[in-house]
Design a protein around this ligand. Structure first.
Ligand code: SAM
Length: 256
């Protein structure tokens, strides 16, 4: 089975303290900073409709809903959707969560904005599938709607391959990957070892890392125009050392 179909369900089920150990190198923490950035750069007014594509446990969705936006979260992981729905109850807030594949977004010209946060793009080895998502994003946006994509910085990953060792309450995890500068494909391993020695899980992962001009070409094909590229949630200009590549794009107004 493809790694992205298994790994998130496994981790969310088996490692309950995952949220409190988010590696800063993945720009996961703190969520309120991400959300202030999202609202600021999208420049959309409440109660605009936002799709949180690959919403995970709803870190951004729930905060955005609390701040008055009309939010739909979409994710493939049933564990993620379950946890996101639970957050709605415990925090007494309204949003919608749907379990779907990002290659099949079931909306048409519906959203004012779509966000895809924390490195949730490029999971498919063939460019056609990754392109399909961008096409779906464009179809799901109203004309003039905005798209915000946050992924790790390919240029930095090429020069500084990812090696992480994280200790959780009951688990150790090791992530080790390298980007091939010719193909742009990042390959490596994600390993979880239970501290008591009773379980070990290991996945071969691969993520396609695109350059900004490659994104620009993909976006152009579906009527999306890049407005800005940031390197972090403090709105720094993107450069080769930035921790993240955060692309803000807009759907053309005159698309039929
Ligand atoms: C790195 S996590 C980010 C989650 C969330 N955006 C956040 O910031 O916490 C990536 C998410 O993408 C979801 N995902 C992976 N493959 C997917 C697919 N084919 N369709 C929809 N969601 C998918 C995973 O289940 C996971 O929740």
């Amino acid at each position: 089975m493809e790694w992205y179909k298994e790994i998130f369900d496994f981790v969310l089920k088996e490692v309950p303290d995952i949220d409190s150990h988010l590696p800063p190198s993945l720009s996961k923490d703190p969520t309120p900073l991400d959300v202030d950035f999202i609202i600021d750069v999208l420049k959309i007014k409440r109660p605009a409709r936002i799709l949180d594509l690959c919403c995970g446990t709803g870190r951004h969705s729930v905060l955005l809903a609390e701040k008055g936006f009309n939010v739909v979260g979409l994710d493939l992981s049933s564990q993620a959707i379950k946890k996101a729905k639970l957050k709605l109850i415990t925090r007494n807030v309204k949003a919608r969560f749907v379990r779907k594949d990002m290659r099949a977004i079931p909306f048409n010209k519906y959203f004012d904005a779509i966000i895809n946060m924390s490195d949730s793009f490029g999971y498919f080895n063939n460019d056609e599938d990754n392109y399909k998502i961008i096409e779906n994003v464009s179809n799901s946006l109203k004309n003039g709607g905005k798209f915000l994509l946050e992924v790790l910085n390919r240029e930095r990953l090429i020069r500084k391959p990812l090696t992480l060792f994280i200790e959780y309450k009951n688990w150790y995890s090791i992530i080790s990957t390298k980007v091939d500068p010719v193909t742009g494909i990042e390959k490596g391993k994600v390993i979880y070892i239970k501290k008591d020695g009773t379980k070990k899980k290991e996945w071969d992962v691969s993520v396609k890392r695109y350059t900004v001009p490659e994104y620009e070409r993909m976006f152009k094909g579906v009527g999306l125009k890049i407005l800005n590229v940031f390197g972090d949630f403090y709105k720094s200009k993107f450069n080769v050392d930035s921790p993240a590549m955060i692309i803000l794009a807009q759907k053309e107004y005159n698309l039929s």
